[in-house]
Design a protein around this ligand. Structure first.
Ligand code: SAM
Length: 467
């Protein structure tokens, strides 16, 4: 890797010869690999050696995993740079909170926020790019998350829908990616001071909308994977000009450096920002700050329950199938759902008659009243249970991954060869007295539905995920 000359000059000026030299040498080293183990699922099934802990993050370990492993396919582990684990870790999210991850794809931080919610409250995971939003949805599904609204909107389209609504917002902003130099050749190739400045302007635009959606007294965690002060301390200083305060973070024992007041507005509280430098040995480069919005929660009207606000559906959105009013499934349809899903253990009780909605035959348990988010491009609202097909019901892949959070009796556990064939999309012969819809697992980790008849397991692993 050839480090850009202008970048070297800039950071020699900022850090001094010696420290800059340490940074440039670290950038020539291989990147550090790590993964998180899903606390929503049974970690005892994971067979990796769980001894090389990432300091400061519960359930995170150094090591490399494969996207073919049952651990990954069942959403039991997620590969993530150790430093990138800290922004979600620094949020004060509690079960029941309303949380927004505004720049969320591919979803590493969203999966961690969802773990903190423990299935209670709401996670809105938004990604502006439609193709990346699809991957975000897949990753949240795999993780067993049932209380997320996955959207694909630009922040200015989201802010009118959620005024002062969220308890915590994470803005993991698009940035110049200097902290990714070891992982991405493109980050090196496209680096320029001009791009740093363009990124800083875009970060302000994104944050302007984020601020509107945060409750007074709410927490904003701002993070980037870059070192340039223009995108880090200077942005935090700009938020301080709007009355935000920078919270101290407790990172005892975690290799990191304090924020630099002299790289921002000079205010001493900028030391509360966390800088993760590759030369400190944790992982790649990352910057994170935890901020509090001025005001107190009582400044918000008491009526801040879901739904946020009902919005009229525009004719053009209705035409595109957006915002059409979902309805409750009929009694007869509830009967089909009950018949297909009898015998599974539920992580949370769902009243099929009262809690479920149906839209174009898709049956789902909403995370938020759909009428409150009409007009927003939604990829998933809560837990998709499955589809009504004439006089029967076919459960969804998301439901399999969600049910995988708890021990199940109606499971077929495949051996390695069967697992590989199933991932390819083949039907497999198994020894089992079960029939109808069953969960499919490998080494006890559920990753799909299947349908059993006389020992023949019909494949329900989604076509788009087959490998
Ligand atoms: C650093 S990445 C997010 C990584 C993600 N938080 C994770 O942990 O997996 C930043 C994301 O912001 C998105 N983005 C780009 N421009 C944006 C904009 N103007 N507003 C909001 N998001 C944007 C990018 O598509 C990208 O997915």
């Amino acid at each position: 890797m050839e480090i850009p000359v202008e970048f070297k000059k800039k950071f020699t000026g900022l850090l001094g010869e010696e420290e800059a030299g340490r940074l440039f040498s670290a950038l020539m080293e291989p990147s550090k690999k790590a993964y998180r183990v899903n606390t929503l699922k049974d970690r005892t099934k994971v067979i990796y050696t769980l001894d090389n802990l990432v300091s400061g993050i519960p359930s995170a370990y150094y090591g490399e995993i494969s996207g073919k492993d049952p651990e990954w396919v069942s959403g039991s582990v997620y590969s993530q740079d150790p430093a990138a684990m800290f922004p979600a870790h620094l949020t004060a999210v509690q079960p029941g909170d309303k949380v927004l991850d505004l720049c969320a794809a591919p979803g590493g931080k969203s999966t961690a926020l969802a773990e903190k919610l423990e299935g209670e409250g709401l996670l809105v995971a938004n990604e502006i790019s439609p193709s990346r939003a699809k991957i975000l949805r897949e990753n949240l599904e795999r993780w067993g998350v049932g209380n997320a609204l996955v959207t694909s909107a630009s922040p200015d389209k989201l802010s009118p829908v959620f005024p002062e609504f969220f308890d915590e917002i994470l803005v993991d902003a698009p940035c110049s990616g200097e902290g990714m130099f070891r992982k991405s050749e493109d980050a090196v190739k496209y680096w320029s001071q001009e791009n740093v400045e363009l990124c800083a302007a875009r970060q302000k635009e994104i944050l302007t909308e984020a601020v509107k959606m945060l409750k007074p007294g709410g927490q904003l965690v701002y993070s980037t994977c870059t070192f340039s002060p223009e995108e880090d301390e200077e942005i935090v200083s700009w938020l301080m000009d709007q009355g935000f305060t920078v919270n101290p973070v407790n990172l005892t024992g975690v290799p990191h450096a304090d924020g630099r007041p002299d790289w921002g507005n000079g205010d001493e509280s900028l030391v509360n920002c966390a800088r993760f430098w590759p030369q400190d040995g944790l992982g790649e480069g990352q910057f994170a700050a935890s901020l509090t919005k001025p005001g107190t929660a009582s400044d918000v009207a008491a009526d801040d329950q879901f739904p946020v606000r009902k919005k009229k559906v525009k004719a053009k959105d209705r035409k595109k199938g957006r915002g059409a009013s979902p309805e409750r499934p009929s009694k007869e349809e509830v009967g089909y759902i009950e018949a297909a899903l009898a015998g599974f253990a539920w992580p949370k009780a769902i009243n099929f008659g009262r809690d479920l909605l149906k839209s174009n035959d898709h049956v789902f348990w909403p995370a938020i009243d759909p009428s409150a988010v009409a007009g927003v491009k939604i990829l998933n609202n809560g837990l998709e249970l499955g589809m009504l097909k004439k006089k029967r019901f076919e459960p969804s892949h998301q439901l399999a991954e969600w049910l995988g959070q708890v021990a199940q009796d109606k499971v077929v556990d495949l051996d390695e060869a069967g697992y590989e064939r199933y991932l390819h999309g083949e039907s497999v012969q198994v020894e089992s007295a079960l029939s109808g819809f069953v969960l499919v697992a490998c080494r006890g980790m559920v990753f799909s539905f299947g349908k059993l008849a006389k020992g023949q397991l019909k494949n329900y692993y989604p076509k788009g995920l087959r490998q």
